[in-house]
Write a protein that binds this ligand. Structure first.
Ligand SMILES: *[C@@H]1O[C@H](CO)[C@@H](O)[C@H](O)[C@H]1NC(C)=O
Length: 176
């Protein structure tokens, strides 16, 4: 670890700066697998209290979620923050039906402090359309989830939860 390069910028400051013990850090593949594995158990929440305890430890205090895929489904403005807080996110997930049939296609460490999780969820609602998507998960130095950017096949998700979607000819999706 190059502490010299980290500390040098502070050398001219007259105050003593307490450096966070885990900074700088770089996520390992094991860290990423562990975080995604725990996150999946929260989505599944087969036991609400256990999932809540996992979520409280896993998710950072300043958490937010941003997703136009969800904004469109939920009737929120495109480009807006989808879920503004840790508490709202955790309660939203725990009070929603358990997400089953989750398959991880890839878990990638992205630039030391983020994880890219490429997933498929075959158990949404009516289960008609297996939904594929990505979560870009930013991680704090304490290895908690700082925030999350989520985009997925929201037409498929919408159909699974009862939306009727038509193409420009009026044909009901899915047409293939
Ligand atoms: C999860 O735990 C928090 C903190 O203890 C609590 O405020 C919240 O109500 C719990 N949520 C659920 C769904 O049990």
């Amino acid at each position: 670890m190059k502490f010299s390069t980290l500390i040098a910028p502070f050398a001219f400051a007259s105050v003593t700066v307490a450096l966070p013990v885990m900074w700088p850090f770089c996520l390992t593949q094991g860290d990423a697998n562990d975080i995604v594995g725990k996150f999946i158990t929260v989505l599944q929440h087969t036991n609400i209290n256990a999932a809540n305890a996992t979520a409280q430890a896993l998710i950072g205090p300043n958490f937010f979620e941003k997703s136009d895929s969800i904004n469109m489904l939920a009737g929120k403005p495109v480009g807006s923050i989808t879920t503004p807080s840790k508490a709202e996110y955790i309660n939203g997930v725990l009070f929603a039906p358990s997400l089953t049939g989750i398959t991880t296609n890839k878990v990638l460490v992205a630039g030391c402090t983020s994880i890219l999780w490429y997933w498929n969820m075959a158990g949404v609602g009516s289960k008609q359309i297996p939904v594929t998507g990505f979560n870009l998960i930013e991680i704090t130095p304490q290895k908690q989830i700082a925030d999350m950017y989520v985009e997925f096949n929201n037409i498929g998700w919408g159909i699974d939860i009862g939306f009727t979607v038509t193409d420009y000819t009026g044909a009901q999706l899915p047409t293939a």
